[in-house]
Design a protein around this ligand. Structure first.
Ligand code: TXA
Ligand code: MG
Length: 313
């Protein structure tokens, strides 16, 4: 299959939307990572996502829409959803809510759960593509399953060239980490740490989020222990690298690449996947990583790093 490059202007985006309408796969930039999009109402198109990514199981997918109004056509809305949508949409937050019976979303997207994950991305190119397509777009990160998520056009080319119909070239992703996922039912649960720190969400809701594993928490399908893995092994919380290792630093340390010499977690998040890609491509041997604080975006960064370091299946 020939993978076409689409420019992020009206012509390119209309052409990409036509491919989506025809059941094809289009990778596109969001503010978090590049997504691999398909028409969420088309079973065959959604099945192609799993095929292209080589996903081992049918994990549920996030549906991307243009606005909160469009999201409300797909899920049963709530007061908490209203607060979070007003504060954080468009942006790197995904809400999991009961799917509406009239939503007409493919069962492959929900993995036949009674709930649906919805998100309104802020990235202008994503916004324009969703407007041009004018429908729900299911999109996991645009990488081969289990590999590092893509934050540039070139990452998507390297991983999926020949396996998908096209890629919208929209430059590098600002946030660099996937969206935070919050499940809203009787209790609100943090299902995946991500681009919006959990503490900020708790402040907006004026209550604590349950964590996975808590008795009151709803469960989180698709959170594999080993994920986001580069080819090289990873060693975490390293103060000093040993022979043959390369150091991915954080803060004022001497490193082969430094996520943020100033110790800024936002900057570190934006660099994380790009630097992992680079160290993985340019060096053999283990990637050692400096300790990273568990506060704010640090929780999401450490979550990704622990998965990258976990034993591979
Ligand atoms: O930033 C992001 O969220 C990126 C961009 C492309 O939007 N997307 C992304 O999708 O990270 P993906 O497929 O890599 O992660 C989707 C995860 C699933 O693995 C699962 O953990 C959770 O979202 N999820 C989806 N639907 C769910 C549901 N109904 N209930 C619970 N968790 C769900
Ligand atoms: Mg992913």
């Amino acid at each position: 299959m020939d993978t076409k490059r689409f420019s992020p202007d009206a012509r390119g985006l209309n052409a990409a939307a036509d491919v989506l309408r025809g059941g094809g796969l289009i990778a596109f930039p969001t503010e978090t990572v590049y997504g691999l999009g398909a028409d969420a109402r088309n079973d065959l198109a959604v099945a192609r996502i799993f095929e292209a990514k080589g996903r081992p199981r049918f994990n549920p997918l996030i549906v991307h829409v243009e606005s909160a109004a469009k999201a409300r056509e797909l899920v049963a809305w709530s007061d908490a959803a209203d607060i979070l949508a007003q504060v954080f949409w468009p942006g790197p937050l995904t809400l999991v809510l009961p799917v509406r019976p009239d939503a007409r979303i493919s069962a492959l997207v929900t993995a036949e759960l009674p709930t649906l994950a919805v998100r309104v991305p802020a990235q202008p190119v994503a916004q324009k593509l969703l407007a041009a397509f004018d429908g729900p777009v299911a999109a996991p990160s645009a990488n081969i399953s289990g590999r590092i998520s893509p934050t540039t056009y070139q990452h998507v080319v390297d991983g999926l060239e020949g396996r998908i119909d096209g890629i919208v070239d929209g430059g590098a992703c600002d946030v660099g980490l996937e969206s935070t996922i919050v499940g809203l039912s009787d209790t609100s649960t943090l299902l995946r740490p991500g681009g919006v720190p959990a503490e900020v969400i708790e402040r907006a809701l004026q209550c604590d989020l349950a964590r996975i594993g808590d008795q009151s928490a709803i469960n989180a399908p698709g959170q594999l222990a080993s994920h986001y893995a580069p080819n090289s092994p990873i060693r975490l919380n390293v103060k000093e690298k040993s022979g043959g290792e390369v150091l991915l630093g954080f803060g004022p340390v001497r490193a082969d690449l430094n996520l943020s010499p100033a110790g800024d977690l936002t900057e570190a998040a934006a660099n994380l996947f790009r630097y992992l890609h680079r160290l993985d491509a340019e060096h053999d041997g283990t990637i050692a990583v400096s300790p990273i604080p568990e506060t704010g975006l640090g929780a999401a960064i450490n979550d990704r790093l622990r998965r990258a370091a976990a034993p591979r299946p």
